[in-house]
Design a protein around this ligand. Structure first.
Ligand SMILES: *[C@@H]1O[C@H](CO)[C@@H](O)[C@H](O)[C@H]1NC(C)=O
Ligand SMILES: *[C@@H]1O[C@H](CO)[C@@H](O)[C@H](O)[C@H]1NC(C)=O
Ligand SMILES: *[C@@H]1O[C@H](CO)[C@@H](O)[C@H](O)[C@H]1NC(C)=O
Ligand SMILES: *[C@@H]1O[C@H](CO)[C@@H](O)[C@H](O)[C@H]1NC(C)=O
Length: 360
């Protein structure tokens, strides 16, 4: 995996990174660690394997009131197999810290944690709300629909989500809805109130036209019917990066970029030509993914690396690629894009938790 070099900080590289954080705000830094003390700092959290663990799942989906899409609740949808609920991510060089929901809420007191992006962000937001709720089931919580904002009153912690499939703005104009590669002003208003931001944007760039929420793309002064989506995504990410660089004070706020989320529509990616996620009941036990990295991962790294402010790359692509068994599949219209809850998004949040513990 290309991420190794960046994320697997040995002590030496770690010091360089720390130095870069301290000295230069003109150099791009993808944060992987900023705490030299523990073993976490020297461990690549994103390189490892899935191990069967009977103590999982981390919560019972039936007692989580925050699963916003019926499709995410695979048990309720009738999925009969259960092994997929019981895999724990084990980084090669360390153990992922156990998720202590009460401790998380204490640490986050007074803060708002905001997931921004497409429905994958919703998947992850629901998971975090379920994990926290399972830890403090009797605490007072308010839940506002449709924004899907969950407020844990005793801790004054809000977990919320903003829909922005492309991060950049979609503006209704006379000609129709225009996707503006150069503008994030409107969406950015929603993000200013957050203390921890987790951004995710990929799936809608990579899909063809059906259901798209825009009519034209504006690139500079040009209004286009469509364009190379990979190039459009790179431009939009640069626009987003400029917003972060000019609006985020990293002493107060933490920004995460969620690595490219894989789908499991093409069995040849994992050596089962002709299959999809449907009927998969076990992860791929492998140290590399046969289908290789997703090409757009390098765009994300390039943009994050060019930024002035530190952004932590939650580099979940590889570990998620292995989980062909984690999708709703036939129990939700053949869905090989989203993820069952409990399930893989819980691990994304364990990684977010580990990152927040490291990055202080
Ligand atoms: C909750 O947190 C917000 C944001 O930090 C703060 O403005 C507000 O005063 C807090 N409310 C309580 C009741 O502590
Ligand atoms: C929550 O409340 C229920 C019913 O009052 C009680 O049985 C349970 O032990 C409580 N759970 C926790 C973690 O306090
Ligand atoms: C889109 O642009 C990318 C990056 O420049 C390039 O690799 C890819 O081949 C292009 N795709 C098409 C369909 O032209
Ligand atoms: C991106 O779109 C292509 C073409 O539809 C598809 O084959 C590929 O699986 C998609 N990649 C991801 C990671 O979603």
């Amino acid at each position: 995996m290309g991420s190794k070099a960046r994320m697997g900080f040995g002590p030496l590289l770690f010091h360089c990174v720390l130095l870069a954080l301290l000295v230069a705000s003109s150099h791009g830094v993808i944060v992987g660690s900023s705490n030299g003390g523990g073993s976490l700092a020297e461990c690549n959290l994103f390189q490892g394997s899935w191990v069967y663990d009977e103590s999982y799942p981390l919560y019972d989906s039936a007692s989580c009131p925050f699963i916003s899409s019926i499709g995410f609740d695979c048990l309720k949808s009738g999925r009969p197999d259960r092994k997929y609920l019981q895999y724990r991510w084990k980084p090669d060089g360390c153990d992922l810290p156990r998720f202590d929901g009460e401790d998380f809420l204490q640490r986050m007191r007074g803060k708002t944690i905001t997931f921004v992006g497409d429905s994958i962000s919703k998947n992850q937001r629901d998971s975090l709300a379920c994990l926290l709720h399972a830890a403090v089931p009797n605490t007072s919580v308010s839940y506002s629909d449709p924004s899907g904002s969950v407020h844990f009153k005793d801790y004054n912690v809000t977990v919320t989500r903003f829909l922005a499939q492309y991060l950049v703005d979609i503006v209704p104009e006379k000609i129709g809805r225009v996707l503006k590669l150069d503008s994030v002003q409107q969406n950015g208003q929603d993000w200013l109130g957050a203390d921890v931001l987790i951004f995710n944007s990929f799936l809608w760039w990579n899909r063809s036209n059906p259901g798209r929420p825009w009519d034209y793309i504006q690139d500079g002064n040009n209004i286009l019917n469509d364009m190379n989506r990979t190039e459009a995504m790179a431009k939009a990410l640069n626009t987003w990066a400029r917003w972060v660089d000019s609006n985020i004070d990293p002493n107060i706020k933490k920004v995460f970029y969620f690595g490219i989320p894989p789908i499991h529509m093409h069995g040849e990616d994992w050596g089962e030509r002709g299959k999809t996620c449907v009927g998969q009941t076990e992860p791929l036990m492998a140290t590399t993914y046969p289908g290789g990295p997703i090409p757009q991962e390098s765009i994300v790294r390039g943009v994050l690396g060019s930024m002035a402010k530190p952004v932590y790359l939650l580099d979940i692509t590889f570990l998620t690629q292995l989980r062909k068994d984690g999708h709703p599949g036939r129990y939700s219209g053949g869905d090989c894009t989203h993820w069952c809850l409990a399930g893989v998004p819980d691990t994304w949040n364990l990684l977010l938790n580990a990152a927040l513990l490291e990055w202080n």
